[in-house]
Write a protein that binds this ligand. Structure first.
Ligand SMILES: C[S@@+](CC[C@H](N)C(=O)[O-])C[C@H]1O[C@@H](n2cnc3c(N)ncnc32)[C@H](O)[C@@H]1O
Length: 210
């Protein structure tokens, strides 16, 4: 990116962030990118560290970050522009507003849900993003053979995710155990590192849509 001072200009950065009103219902996401390629979702992408690393490592894939917090999507737009990533877009809004309206069935190659907000207290568990309805929506949007990756440092969320996924007839576990606790460095996101620093181990689930 030539004009580095533009990376400090919030108005400029905002023009690179998608919102619900910018999208068709449904939206052919491939038309956003400079060329068609398998689509990868990063759901709850935070400041976009993981997706920008992956988009750099895998230029033959298209990435869509989905993040509800405006400050975090600004940080992601900045990373996209700084790294000249034309294979990455960022959507600002809630995943539950995007998935049911905007995706064609079988249009997503991989979906990552890395360290979703854990809501550890019993009274707030119903606020967790992963639930049976949401999983059916993920199943509908994944292509056959598409991947769903889920990571958390909260053991009972990992157990819940595993029980939902392993009982769903459309998903097959890709690990020989319910989850892995060690993965290669590109899968270690910011919240993985926060958890590790606090002494919590992480759980990485990987299922395929069959
Ligand atoms: C704990 S952070 C994890 C960030 C990143 N995935 C990582 O692993 O470092 C969870 C992120 O999900 C976002 N989030 C929570 N609920 C969401 C929703 N309904 N739709 C989109 N993003 C959401 C939060 O704003 C937050 O940035």
């Amino acid at each position: 990116m030539e004009n580095r001072h533009l990376l400090k200009d919030k108005e400029f950065l905002r023009r690179h962030i998608l919102r619900l009103q910018d999208l068709n219902k449904p939206q052919d996401f491939q038309t956003l990118f400079s060329r068609p390629a398998p689509l990868v979702l990063d759901i709850g992408s935070g400041k976009g560290e993981f997706a920008t690393t992956m988009a750099t490592l895998f230029p033959n894939l298209n990435f869509l970050c989905i993040e509800k917090r405006p400050d975090r999507t600004l940080a992601t737009a900045k990373r996209k522009l700084k790294n000249n990533l034309d294979n990455l877009f960022v959507f600002q809004g809630k995943i539950e507003h995007l998935i049911p309206h905007c995706f064609f069935r079988n249009s997503v190659h991989k979906a990552f849900m890395n360290f979703p907000d854990p809501w550890p207290k019993n009274a707030y568990r119903n606020r967790r993003n992963l639930n049976p309805e949401f999983l059916n929506e993920i199943y509908d949007l994944l292509e056959t053979g598409g991947d769903f990756h889920f990571a958390t440092d909260v053991k009972d969320y990992a157990e819940y995710a595993y029980s939902l996924l392993s009982q769903h007839p459309g998903f097959k576990n890709q690990n020989t155990a319910p989850w892995l606790t060690e993965v290669s460095s590109e899968y270690k996101t910011l919240f993985y590192h926060h958890a590790a620093k606090d002494g919590f181990s992480s759980h990485f689930l990987h299922f395929k849509s069959v």
